[in-house]
Design a binder for this molecule. Sequence first.
Ligand code: SF4
Ligand code: SF4
Length: 68
Amino acid sequence: MPKKTVVVDYQACDPNQCENGICAAALVCERKVLTQEAPYEMPDAKASMCLSCSLCVLECPKGAIHVQ
Ligand code: SF4
Ligand code: SF4
């Protein structure tokens, strides 16, 4: 079975819901898997670096982060 990894649901993500437009999910990821080019931008995911810990899933106010 393929390794689980982080996936961003870009239909659900709304950076306006995050404090100062900073992706709350990206903030908690110690591996910096999720990155933002600038505040209020949707995050990119370097999925190959993800440990599938799901910490980021709990932080996103829009439920836009999945580990699957
Ligand atoms: S925490 Fe969720 S809603 Fe906020 S920018 Fe990140 S993915 Fe989007
Ligand atoms: S599941 Fe863990 S390692 Fe992967 S992006 Fe989320 S916080 Fe980072």
